[in-house]
Design a protein. Sequence first.
Length: 485
Amino acid sequence: MSDLSNKPTFGLSDPELLPGAGDFAGDGRLAVRDPASGALIAQVAISDAHGARAAVDAAHAAFDGWATTLPQDRAAILHRWHALIVAAKEDLARIMVAEQGKPISEARGEIDYAASFVQFYAEEALRPNIEGVTSHLPDAEMELWREPVGVAALITPWNFPSAMITRKAAAALAAGCTVVIHPSAETPLSALALAELARRAGFPQGVVNTVIGDAATIVGEWTSDKRVRALSFTGSTEVGRLLYRQSADTVKRLVLELGGHAPFIVFKGADIDRAVTEAIKAKFATSGQDCLGANRFYIQRPVYEEFCAKFTHAVDALTLGRGMDDPDIGPLIHERAIDKQQAHVDDAIAKGARLLTGGGIDAGLGKLFYRPTVLADVPDEAAIMSEETFGPVAPLTVFDTEEEVIARANATEYGLVAYVHSLDPRRIYRLTRALQFGMVAVNRTKVTGAPIPFGGTKQSGLGREGARQGLEAFTDIKYVCRDWG
Ligand code: NAD
């Protein structure tokens, strides 16, 4: 068994010793592999349906105590968790590289991002949770109380193995909910490390419960359990629909952060060099495995050839390699992902696209390293123009008018984020109004963070995470009307 690349220093180095692994675990084991090399990193003890129920038992038993803990005391524990995550940044980043493969700089950045949610919601825990209402009845006074809903189930993917956990858990915990967490099978170690730090921060027994195991079994147990009052899921639209249906019988509060298919639109008159720099970030961050990843590039005709040439030049300069060597792009998560890149590239070329660079794996590095790829003149009928690619392939296409590009950008069931590059304020205003996406980024790529409500329209999901709005799914409103007459 290979160990984690370099020895972390504070006791998370041997995942088999992580206390969280054993909380609800049985005899089964999950093999965790390094996507860069295929090497076995760890065997994690996993739970079955019985363990999943036991986690809800623990969370349910702890709920009344946590819900009535004074907000300043909840905030103090969240602040301690935040401090422990910050102190463990290097270890957490290396664990992430080992099991997820992303470049170490990106992993460090994700830990900062993950920690920022814990700090933000530690502060939000102190904000007023009672609101007055101007009375419409004589002699009555009215208030809205925000109360925690109960046990919240949090289900997270492998592409952001730490931040997706803290974005959900910090909000739920600040609101006064207890949580059961199911991380992706590809990245259980990051989840167990966060669970161990939560234990050290002093969350009372049963407040934070992490369960590793077969997703359908564990999450199926939770969706059918009426004690689980909220479910927050980040992952594919396909699994999101399934959980939506499964949650109907017990009418759970839902947050669904699902797939995306972001358009990246460049108008003539835009700063083309800047658009290229931002396009590289929008496409290749997290090796293209990002729900915010630009999945189709619409370039206005007068600047199309210039953009194609400069973008391809920039892509050719990107480095591909193992996460600990800190390249621009790391391995993809599994072979299914490689197959999807190749299928999208082959399909686009068969339908008339031109391959400008890339277009296959770098076999010298390993079978999960897909070379950054640019396709030009990609027709709308190509699968890549409507299906999420989730990898380092950029399809470029030309457009003529604003109306045309708005229609093509909106012609998708996804609605997470859209990127626009233009220096014309009136055009930017019209585009921002017309694009049917939960987030619109103008002349930049990185727009997310703890203070903003992250989320999509259409089949990109329901609800928002981050910001004050991120508390909503974890609280119910109790309307109180008192009459002293
Ligand atoms: P996925 O839907 O396959 O899995 C996500 C999580 O769901 C994992 O923990 C998995 O174990 C669990 N799961 C899988 N099958 C399940 C089932 N039958 N029942 C219950 N749970 C199940 O997604 P993924 O491949 O891990 O992640 C990539 C997807 O996530 C992409 O579509 C991406 O766009 C999306 N994503 C969205 C956001 C967002 O905030 N909108 C962020 C990151 C990723």
